[in-house]
Design a protein around this ligand. Structure first.
Ligand SMILES: C[S@@+](CC[C@H](N)C(=O)[O-])C[C@H]1O[C@@H](n2cnc3c(N)ncnc32)[C@H](O)[C@@H]1O
Length: 408
């Protein structure tokens, strides 16, 4: 550092120098928003669109409702630690720039508040019982990941232990003791991932306690969330995002609505209230997410909404829609993964030519390509509204509202 910025803000987190999580943390929150606005303006310049001010997060700390922690056999030594510090065992997040190295996390200021004490409890118990963490190189060890989720609506907390093997003789007593030490854990499950991929999921092995899911509410609707479900990680900001998407999609009576990349059906179900369930169709690749979406539809009395499982590069083709007797869309909500839309999905969307498209993106660099292609196909950009779902990180969600020139 040459001299401190006037916008510098003292870091709250002891791991700020080493953790890959919150690289904007030492910038005052207002200055973070200004920086995101400037970065977005630069990325979106080719669209020539005016950008609305980033919608700030009212509660920028302890906002994450889900955390994926990793176990490791040795911990990352942080700068400033004395020589000879003990290195064995880590449970936490990846060190900045080192995907295979894990910090033994003592605190996290963006995770929901109960996460750190549970993390400490799991660590202490695992060490006391000598349960071996997974060793990436040797490909041995039992404990791989700990996923924690909290419902904003009910306060219920789910813990998921991802292990390399079922090992009931070791994990059943571990889970029983964890539960008695942490009665705040509403449900406790185990997934098994014996493979090499460093992912916090696998096949569901057992539910130690509770129902295996928690219920969250968004837009007045109830959603059952299991350990593996995709769900927006910042619930209060997701409320604002949902309101914005519904207000901008604004289907007219009798119009058909598509929710592309629908996950567990949040946008589809919220829009079904305006359009009528029979007029709404959700499309999603992951079969389990589609099952969640159907269950969520039933949970909210919106069974008429139809969900199609499969790759959109195929399911959105006009002949595939005709086979399923699905009419062409008037309004489309599109919320693709970080890479943006596959060119074949974009091609099918251009052929279908919906009147209105609300494109939600967590990666504006990818979105800009897709939106530019839609502008070239006869759409005009009515609004670009960023929403800060991820304070203290460089990420920002962005909503692009497109209206086809041909339709009033
Ligand atoms: C950013 S998430 C959006 C989830 C949802 N809109 C929500 O807010 O809860 C992207 C979703 O796209 C799905 N997906 C990824 N590739 C896909 C594809 N080729 N076809 C259909 N869905 C896909 C993912 O499984 C994931 O659920």
């Amino acid at each position: 550092m040459l001299r401190p910025s006037p916008h510098a803000s003292p870091a709250r987190c002891p791991h700020v120098a080493s953790c890959g999580g919150c690289s904007f943390q030492e910038l005052d929150y207002r200055a973070q928003l200004a920086a995101k606005q400037r970065l977005l303006a630069r990325v979106l310049e080719p669209l020539g669109a005016s950008l609305a001010p980033v919608l700030a997060c009212e509660r920028p700390w302890n906002y994450r409702n889900k955390m994926d922690f990793t176990f490791a056999r040795a911990r990352w030594i942080e700068s400033g630690e004395p020589a000879g510090a003990e290195v064995g065992f880590a449970l936490g997040l990846h060190a900045r720039g080192h995907f295979h190295k894990v910090l033994d996390l003592q605190a996290c200021e963006i995770a929901f508040a109960e996460a750190a004490p549970i993390l400490a409890g799991v660590r202490e118990l695992a060490r006391a019982r000598e349960l071996a963490p997974w060793d990436v190189r040797a490909r041995e060890g039992l404990l791989r990941h700990l996923v924690l989720r909290k419902s904003w609506a009910s306060g219920a907390i789910l813990a998921d232990l991802v292990t390399s093997a079922a090992a009931p003789e070791l994990l059943e007593p571990f889970a029983a003791e964890l539960r008695s030490r942490h009665p705040e854990l509403t449900t406790l499950v185990q997934h098994v991932n014996p493979g090499v991929a460093l992912v916090a999921n696998g096949r569901l092995e057992r539910v130690f306690h509770g129902s295996g899911e928690i219920e969250e509410r968004l837009g007045g609707l109830a959603f059952a969330i299991s350990a593996a479900s995709f769900f927006q990680t910042n619930t209060p900001q997701a409320e604002h995002l949902l309101e914005l998407v519904c207000a901008q999609a604004a289907p007219r009576p009798g119009e058909t609505v598509f929710d592309l990349y629908c996950g567990c059906g949040v946008f589809a179900l919220a829009l079904a209230r305006a359009a009528g369930p029979e007029r709404v169709f959700g499309f999603e690749l992951i079969e389990a997410a589609v099952e969640d979406a159907r269950a969520n539809a039933a949970r909210n009395g919106l069974e008429g909404v139809r969900f199609v499982a499969g790759d959109l590069a195929l399911t959105l083709l006009p002949e595939q829609l005709a086979l399923r007797a699905i009419p062409g869309p008037d309004v489309c909500v599109v919320d693709p993964p970080r890479a943006g839309m596959h060119p074949r999905v974009l091609g099918a969307l251009r052929l279908l030519e919906p009147r209105r498209i609300v494109y939600v993106s967590c990666n504006p660099r990818a979105a800009v390509q897709d939106v530019a292609a839609l502008l070239a196909a006869g759409y005009r950009l009515e609004l670009v509204q960023p929403v800060d779902l991820f304070p203290h990180t460089p990420h920002v969600e962005c909503v692009f509202v497109l209206q086809h020139e041909r339709w009033p």
